[in-house]
Design a protein around this ligand. Structure first.
Ligand SMILES: Nc1ncnc2c1ncn2[C@@H]1O[C@H](COP(=O)(O)OP(=O)(O)OP(=O)(O)O)[C@@H](O)[C@H]1O
Ligand SMILES: [Mg+2]
Length: 334
């Protein structure tokens, strides 16, 4: 597989008054050109922090990145200066942020915000850029988009702001789109339209997508490979079929069990993940064994004492779990 994006042993720590929080702990994964990789896991497990590290957007202090390299088309993003990384952000890698107001400027009309990158990075004239901005806002299904070019973000609902942000991320036709919960704020019909828009663009441009979501239904629809994070670590990585048909890690199994069926997805949102007992451990406290051991239905002594490595368990499938060495323990499944 060609290494288009290569995250190599990334750790991100936040220095807080309570201690050092290991938000991302020795995470490595690759993304190929044109591939869609799903990054999943419960709230607080380090998905957004991983994504923000790629774009050099971790606030420091309190954050500190420890990694040798994040290679993008062979360039180490961690070595770039402020000007260089801004150019990468404008032209090559776009991000749809989890919080729309992170990337929308409250004092500028939305038309201008979508048009500006086209003038700055693609050299379009003002009228060409506004014309194209209107087309994009129509594509993301903003009703009467042409009449709303002069609206300010506060005049739009949360879902509409999310769509403006999606248009902003797509407008420069990036090589890599990092989409952090891109459709969570949208209702199901619009969500389907936006996802198919993203898929279309991906096909047309050969764009790669790093898709961060809680929603395994979206992953099934969009991704070819999945990385599962738990408490700052990758606990499983596999092709999308293996994740759904043969998940290895008990955490991945728990996530799947708590996945609402499509027909009841909206209704079930409030109780998602109810199948995994307990909560994510503190990121400040040092855990010697497996970080999932307190919640794991298969836990045995070794799990509490020794930290498992992420190792292959089949073709293209990796898991960080001692059950790999004790397959007989998997038999009494819960
Ligand atoms: N600026 C910051 N200062 C201190 N801690 C932070 C900061 N940003 C993130 N963290 C911590 O890093 C951990 C990982 O957060 P992150 O936002 O990556 O989670 P996530 O997987 O994206 O969760 P969600 O699904 O809720 O978006 C959390 O414990 C969070 O509190
Ligand atoms: Mg997040």
């Amino acid at each position: 597989m060609e290494k288009f994006l290569e995250i190599d042993n990334l750790s991100v720590q936040f220095h807080t008054p309570e201690g050092v929080a290991r938000a991302v702990d020795e995470v490595s994964f690759n993304l190929a050109r044109g591939e869609t990789l799903g990054l999943v896991g419960e709230s607080g497990c380090g998905k957004s922090v991983t994504a923000l590290s790629i774009l050099g957007l971790i606030p420091s202090p309190p954050g500190r990145i420890k990694s040798d390299r994040i290679l993008f088309e062979g360039r180490n993003l961690l070595d770039l200066d402020g000007e260089e990384i801004r150019r990468v952000r404008g032209q090559e890698i776009s991000m749809i942020f989890q919080e729309p107001m992170t990337s929308l400027n409250p004092v500028l009309p939305i038309g201008r915000q979508v048009a500006e990158p086209l003038m700055v990075h693609k050299g379009l004239s003002k009228s060409e850029a506004y014309q194209e901005a209107a087309v994009w806002l129509e594509q993301v299904k903003i009703p009467a988009a042409r009449e709303r070019l002069n609206d300010y973000p506060h005049q739009l609902s949360g879902g509409m702001r999310q769509r403006v942000m999606i248009a902003m991320a797509m407008v420069c036709r990036p090589k890599l789109l990092i989409a952090d919960e891109p459709t969570t704020a949208l209702d199901v019909t619009i969500q389907a339209q936006i996802l198919s828009l993203m898929l279309g663009l991906k096909e047309e441009l050969g764009m790669s997508v790093l898709l961060i979501t809680h929603d395994l239904g979206v992953v099934a629809q969009m991704a070819s490979r999945v990385v599962v994070m738990y408490a700052g670590e990758v606990v499983e990585e596999a092709g999308v079929m293996d994740i759904f048909d043969g998940p290895f890690h008990p955490y991945t199994q728990g996530l799947l069990k708590s996945m609402p069926r499509l027909s009841t997805r909206r209704h079930a949102r409030a109780r998602r993940l109810s199948e995994i007992r307990g909560t994510v451990p503190s990121l400040i406290q040092r855990i010697h064994g497996c970080k999932f051991s307190d919640r794991c239905p298969h836990v045995f002594q070794k799990c509490r004492k020794e930290h498992p490595q992420l190792l292959p368990i089949g073709p293209g499938q990796f898991a960080r779990c001692w059950l790999r060495e004790y397959p007989e323990r998997r038999k009494h499944d819960v």
